[in-house]
Design a protein around this ligand. Sequence first.
Ligand code: UDP
Length: 383
Amino acid sequence: MKKYLVVGTGFSGAVLARQLVEHLPDCEIDIIDSRDHIGGNCHTERDAKTGIMLHKYGAHIFHTNRKDVWDYVNKFASFGNYKHRVIANTNRGIFSLPINLLTINQLFQKKMSPEEAKIFVRNLGDHTIHEPQNFEEQALKFVGKEIYETFFYGYTKKQWGCEPKELPASVLKRLPVRFDYNDNYFNDPYQGIPVNGYTDLIANIINHSRIHIHLNRPFIKESDSSKYNHIFYAGPIDGYYNFSEGRLSYRTIYFERIDAIGDFQGNSVINYTSMNENFTRLCEHKHFAPWESFETSVVYKEFSKETGESDIPFYPKHLVIDKEIFSKYNAIAMAEENISFIGRLGTYRYLDMHHVVEESLDFARTVIECIRSKSCIPSFSVK
Ligand code: UDP
């Protein structure tokens, strides 16, 4: 029997472990997590007081345009129909997100048609910017100063703790801008939330006689490295190398709980986009499960800060300095033979759950082929 170690019980480790045991009859997998629960930052649990399903590390909405990815997660859980709609509380009033025709007409107090709005917004854009080099330029080029300042500047500064011009343009490219009244936050055709939560979904993925789960079990490099044929590591890559090339920057999120009666805010997520408040958003968790009903309510006020040594990293920042540091870790990792880095933290990328599932399914195919042909397993899950 070959023995593999998977470090981390989030989506990347869970999907990979499952695919490996299903396709390789002669292997056993230990999957470990330093926390006392599986699921990583997707972890959900029912609140002991109210029974509401809480997304303990913030809102997670599963969405994908890949049918195979959607079919895969649906094999392990039943998904409730949930369409994500976000409201913006700004210093100009309350608006609908992502930026859509209602947002544009209300902000500028107009009654434009889609075509008129397209021309209007195009004229707001800064045409002196040709190739946007950062978040701010991306916003100014495509939506102009007024929309940028109302919806993006303050939120982004609070969320990332730096000026938006220090961030890559790709962060803003996550958000659609629409010229119709569609206010679905995502473009993907498949969208939902598992009715029994993400922890249950991930527990089902790793429920297999040859996958052994160990919680409260940190990775110990000295002893673990020699015990396994290969290690798949979903923790932060800089931590794995004991920060030898420097610390990569991540933002972490922390929450303040508000208990309420009835409907607190009328929507699952309200973003606070100005600098007048020091938090980024309020999430009212019962609205993530519209198929359930509760008289009470639990709201998480979400704050963002730099990740300290004992904090859980959430968002890779990807500043210029991070790119330099990461390239050093990348070079060291590429020379390794018995470890592969996977997932958001292992590969230091701002990935969503569906990206991670997609990538783990693809990577598992590569790993299986390598094992069968006795060739070297790649150091990263990313192609
Ligand atoms: N963003 C913003 N204002 C908003 C929502 C998002 O400026 O009201 C920016 C912000 O920089 C954020 C990024 O767009 O980090 C991506 O937003 P998304 O909602 O995808 O963030 P996530 O849900 O992953 O935290």
